[in-house]
Design a protein around this ligand. Structure first.
Ligand code: NZQ
Ligand code: ZN
Length: 380
């Protein structure tokens, strides 16, 4: 068992109509609210109106920043920060998925400090404060609602990077599974892949505490059992609730108890695909994970077999990898670069991008030679 520190201050409000206490909750943090959201789904499906009703009936003054794109970019963080500082915002309400919430976490640092968010994300500056952030989640996937991480792209520097800072923990997160009923099939599938990938990144990290391994495997098993049923019945709120809770538990610290770290190599490899091809996050992971397992199969066979036994009752590495790949395929998430229309001629660009950004895992380091092998697997 490794030494570890556990800390999670997020107050999670989970279930039907939890939104009814949003206004009163936000009011505890001030009167001037910056409401952030994405490209419009929240307006199309009525979630925006529910949130605005809550904020306005509590007498809060609301300013809005919208248009945050999937695989969010630092330009939106900068523009929203400007708006927030001009209007002396007290608190952010982030309505959306990982892209909106992650951007809002960095915006919260920048509004409070007046500094550029990218300088924090690249560790050039160390923030001392953030304004409070409250989230209303509309998609089950990233776990951002109950963690202190944010992932943002910068096309000028050619990077998509993750940044973790306790100042970015949401104060409250409101999770009503009914807010996810309209997530389309493919994006629902990417969310299921993402939550499974989070648990696997933890599993392949440093340290193998028995009970945490079991918890982690159970989270994946739950998603493997219920995920395909949800994809056949997208408007079933009970199934939405199950996957929503799985996603939160997969990345709220629980799977790291007794461990030194997760691995996160697969995520880093996937982020470069999103940067180069705007691949949805979950889709990048269903391509990279099977390739990564193939690379590791002779290096950590016992660990891969432990996962395979726990998840599928199989007893060898090859069957485990096959089952993982089959499951992603069954969800309809891509497992090969050709499925996202990336031509084989782009292989060198991808390998160069991996080498340029020295993409690696925290526990299982990756060399340039590994990058080449991984990309070969991703195209095969
Ligand atoms: O932009 P709108 O119109 O809102 O549409 C969104 C977007 O197109 C749509 N959507 C969201 N809720 C919906 C909905 N459509 C219909 N009904 C709803 N209820 O879904 C699309 C994807 O949204 P996005 O926020 O990008 O999805 P997700 O939650 O998967 O977030 C992905 C981002 O989070 C990062 C990823 O790298 C990626 O940038 N991650 C953040 C992590 C964290 N903070 O801990 C960890 C993850 O590993 C991940 O890296
Ligand atoms: Zn992820």
């Amino acid at each position: 068992m490794e030494n570890f520190v556990a800390y999670n201050p997020v107050k999670l409000h989970f279930g039907a109509n939890v939104i009814n206490t949003l206004g009163a909750t936000v009011k505890n943090y001030g009167n001037r609210v910056l409401l952030t959201y994405g490209k419009g789904s929240v307006k199309t499906y009525g979630y925006y109106n529910q949130v605005i009703d809550q904020l306005e009936k509590t007498g809060l003054e609301v300013f809005e920043y919208s248009g945050i794109k999937p695989n969010p970019v630092i330009e939106d963080v900068e523009k929203a920060t400007l708006l927030g500082r001009e209007n002396n915002i007290d608190v952010i309400v982030a309505l959306g998925g990982g892209s909106v919430i992650d951007s809002s976490k960095v915006i919260a640092l920048s509004i409070a400090t007046g500094e550029n968010g990218w300088d924090f994300m690249t560790w050039k500056l160390q923030p001392q404060k953030a304004i409070p952030i409250i989230t209303v989640l509309t998609i089950a996937a990233t776990g951002t609602e109950m963690n202190a991480a944010a992932v943002v792209q910068n096309h000028l520097t050619g990077e998509k990077i993750g940044y973790v800072n306790e100042l970015m923990f949401p104060k409250h997160s409101f999770l009503d599974p009914a807010f996810t009923l309209t997530v389309p099939r493919n994006i629902t599938a990417y969310g299921i892949v993402d939550l499974i990938a989070h648990a696997m990144e933890a599993f392949f990290g440093e340290g193998e505490p028995s009970v945490t391994d079991q918890i982690t495997i159970e989270i994946i098993k739950d998603a493997i059992f219920w995920g395909p049923q949800l994809l056949d019945d997208l408007t079933n709120v009970d199934l939405r609730a199950i996957i929503m809770l799985d996603a939160t538990l997969a990345l709220n610290g629980l799977t790291n108890y007794g461990k030194k770290s997760g691995d996160w190599g697969v995520h880093s490899l996937g982020h470069e695909l999103s940067l180069l091809f705007d691949t949805p996050h979950g889709a990048s992971l269903s391509i990279v994970y099977p390739a990564w397992l193939k690379l590791q199969k002779d290096r950590i066979p016992e660990r891969i077999i432990k996962l395979g036994k726990g998840l599928f009752g199989v007893n060898n590495v090859d069957d485990t990898i096959k089952k993982v790949e089959e499951f992603f395929r069954k969800l309809g998430s891509p497992v090969c670069m050709s499925e996202i229309d990336v031509n084989i001629e782009r292989k060198t660009d991808i390998i160069n991008q991996y080498s340029k950004n020295k993409v690696s895992g925290m526990h299982h380091t990756l060399t340039n030679r590994d990058h080449k092998m991984l990309v070969d697997f991703m195209f095969s």
